[in-house]
Design a protein around this ligand. Structure first.
Ligand SMILES: *Cc1c(COP(=O)(O)O)cnc(C)c1O
Length: 401
């Protein structure tokens, strides 16, 4: 009998008991709004911001309603205005070009290469087209961050990092989110900490931090932030930044604080699972595992493989055969977006350019989530199933040729 996997690819772990207790205490006192505090009380959001800034090494952190809100707030805070063009990855998730469009700007897509990162040669050829790069570390893959920083510095490009999949990751020991002027994170359920919805931005820049705090809706209560620049910085910007309410609340912050304390350990658990799947898939004929650079401390909350040069029907066959055995793979080469949108040609509100490299990569790109509810044995089983089905279809293809 063929082995079958019966776990759920969308089931995350429960909120730690400590977080549940903290949330109940917020519910009992009722002060859920971040600025609703009693004398001597900092509030869960302000404390979380202070802790998140310390975790990343940034001077300032601001907690927000979502990762998308973090990116939109960041773009506004650095002064992107309607009509501007913003460079970004052709392969990312819809909230990234969505944030650019939300401020009235236009995305200019940069190719994604076989390492699943922004193609730095293509970036270098496009730096004349914009003065901002919203860099998405899509699926947790970090590009050569020193080279990217050099290219952008020389061209006068301001970098904002989308770290939705790299919270807890680093390049050469520098945390993801610390290369750009601003780093943005998501705490939506499928990311590395779970508050349902939520996000952060971090920065070292006084003015950007003040503009972001005012812009996210501080009602002139910015004094209650613990992670913030001095008052005089707010004095300079407080009448100039429109309020677009996108604050985090104390309930979400209460459940995130214990998760932040556990994050390093969770990263190790993710990577143990990732390495188990990766080891099981290595040397499968027709399938390419994506080698992780030694400089990269990644978070293996999902894994990607390439079926390079395969025809669409065969890739679809692999996805269907794996699904029949309980293994849910996403295929980024499908013409129509299903349950996610990550292809630049699905975002028709913006110009759709020719991106042959990205097209080639996405045509063979399979993706799988690795929730921590999976055991390492689950991951070994999943790898055996994928390996068997890829091999069967690949041999069938070879026989037909
Ligand atoms: C999830 C995600 C975001 C942010 O998403 P929100 O749902 O707005 O928190 C940003 N970028 C990528 C690549 C993502 O996957």
């Amino acid at each position: 009998m063929k082995e079958r996997f019966t776990g759920s690819f969308t089931q995350q772990e429960p909120i730690p008991d400590e977080g549940i207790e903290a949330a109940l205490s917020v519910l009992r006192h009722g002060r859920i709004h971040r600025y609703n505090t009693v004398p001597g009380e900092a509030g869960e959001v302000a404390l979380l911001e202070e802790e998140f800034a310390a975790f990343t090494g940034a001077r300032y952190a601001l907690a927000l309603a979502s990762g998308g809100a973090a990116m939109t707030t960041a773009l506004r805070a650095i002064g992107v205005v309607p009509g501007d063009r913003v460079l970004t990855n052709a392969f990312t998730l819809a909230p990234v070009p969505g944030a650019i469009a939300a401020v009235g700007a236009e995305p200019v897509y940069v190719e994604t290469n076989e390492a699943l990162v922004i193609d730095l040669d293509d970036l270098a050829s496009k730096v004349g087209q914009a003065s901002v790069l919203l860099l998405s570390h899509m699926r947790g893959h970090l590009c050569d961050m020193e080279r990217l920083s050099d290219i952008c510095r020389e061209a006068g490009i301001t970098v904002i990092e989308d770290c939705a999949h790299t919270m807890g990751a680093a390049w050469n020991g520098v945390p993801s989110g610390r290369f750009g002027l601003v780093g943005c994170y998501s705490t939506q359920t499928y990311k590395h900490m779970n508050s349902g919805e939520g996000g952060f931005l971090i920065t070292d820049d006084d003015e950007v931090a003040a503009r972001a705090i005012i812009g996210s809706g501080s009602y002139m209560l910015y004094g209650r932030h613990r992670s913030r620049p001095p008052e005089e910085v707010f004095e300079r910007v407080k009448y100039d930044v429109p309020n677009v309410s996108s604050r985090m609340d104390n309930l979400r912050a209460a459940i995130l604080r214990p998760q932040l304390r556990a994050l390093e350990r969770q990263v190790d658990r993710w990577n143990e699972r990732y390495r188990a799947v990766e080891a099981g898939l290595r040397n499968t004929p027709g399938l390419t595992v994506i080698d992780r650079p030694a400089e990269e401390r990644f978070v293996g909350s999902s894994i990607q493989v390439l079926l390079s040069g395969w025809d669409a029907a065969s890739v679809r066959d692999v996805v269907a055969r794996c699904a029949a055995r309980g293994v849910e793979l996403k295929w980024f080469g499908a013409a129509e977006p299903v349950a996610f949108t990550s292809r630049y040609d699905s975002w028709r509100y913006a110009p759709v350019p020719d991106l042959p490299m990205t097209d080639r990569v996405l045509a063979g790109l399979l993706d799988m989530r690795l929730p921590l509810t999976f055991s390492v044995e689950d991951c070994e089983l999943i790898a055996r199933i994928i390996r068997a089905e890829v091999s069967a279809v690949y041999q069938g293809q070879a026989a037909a040729e």
